[in-house]
Ligand binder design. Structure first.
Ligand code: FES
Length: 271
């Protein structure tokens, strides 16, 4: 579960995202967002306007503050807690909203421009609401050659949505993912950051259909029951759900190299 700089339709820094660093007002109405369709997956000006809200309700704010203070207390400097706090606000809204940016800035003594500059750099922080289930298809080298590219093409067409887009029922969002460090089970998909190993175009389409039909699914590894995207974001904020040790972990293909090394008496060179 690591934040990653994304390759697909995502620019690399705040300046590229149309940020107004001088005023700290975050997203501008300028050209960068205005070209959203061409960029593929970036929200349009209308979508951004529609998602801007007017502050959290008092009870929500109180709860978020309580959680944020617990997280901030783990770090020597408050600003070091920015990444988990962005996950925290994402667990509330399903994306990092305008309110979420402001909340993080306020709690950490940062400008809103500084917060937006970070949240728009990492692809795990979303700029528009995600579905209940965030489905990632690994299209990095090994998964791609083992069928990941084909899975993406067929799944995207089947679901009728593209990168970082959500089905109209709000159930499933799709994302093209880079390597998930699970190449031994390629091609790999993730749902709310839990592994679904050794996929095919047919199994991928069935997986998404089942999620949209509300069926209960178990990841190949990890907890038996899938959490929602918001629940996963809360865990990423550093607030555990108690399920980290549940279910099977690495086995099979992950341990083949170790077995061969042991059988042949291979050892790592001395430092
Ligand atoms: S390339 Fe897909 S998990 Fe490594």
């Amino acid at each position: 579960m690591s934040s990653s700089k994304g390759p697909a339709g995502r620019s690399a820094n705040a300046a590229d995202e149309g940020l107004d660093a001088s005023t700290g007002t975050g997203l501008t109405g300028g050209s960068a967002l205005g070209t959203s369709t061409a960029l593929g997956g970036e929200p349009s000006n209308e979508e951004v306007s529609a998602t801007v809200t007017k502050g959290y309700a008092p009870e929500v704010r109180e709860r978020l503050e309580r959680d944020a203070k617990e997280i901030i207390g783990r770090y020597p400097k408050p600003r070091s807690a920015l990444l988990p706090l962005l996950h925290l606000v994402q667990s509330e809204d399903g994306y990092v909203s305008d309110d979420g940016h402001e909340f993080c800035a306020e709690m950490l003594g940062l400008s809103k421009a500084e917060v937006v500059g970070v949240s728009t750099f990492y692809t795990m922080y979303k700029r528009k609401p995600m579905g209940q289930y965030h489905v990632g298809v690994c299209i990095n080298t090994l998964c791609a050659v083992m069928g990941g590219d084909q899975i993406w093409d067929e799944l995207s067409e089947h679901a009728g949505v593209g990168h970082d887009e959500t089905t109209p029922d709000g159930k499933v969002s799709l994302e093209r993912l880079e390597c998930n460090a699970a190449c031994d089970f390629a091609p790999v998909m993730m749902v709310n950051w839990e592994f679904f190993d050794n996929q095919t175009p047919a199994s991928a389409k069935q997986l998404v259909d089942d999620l949209r039909d509300g069926k209960e699914l178990s990841p190949t590894r990890g907890p038996k029951k899938l959490c929602t995207f918001k629940e996963a974001s809360r865990v990423l904020a550093g607030l555990p759900d108690g399920l980290a040790g549940d279910g099977p972990s690495a086995n099979g293909a992950s341990l083949e190299g170790l077995k061969i090394a042991k059988a042949k008496g291979w050892k790592a060179p001395e430092a």
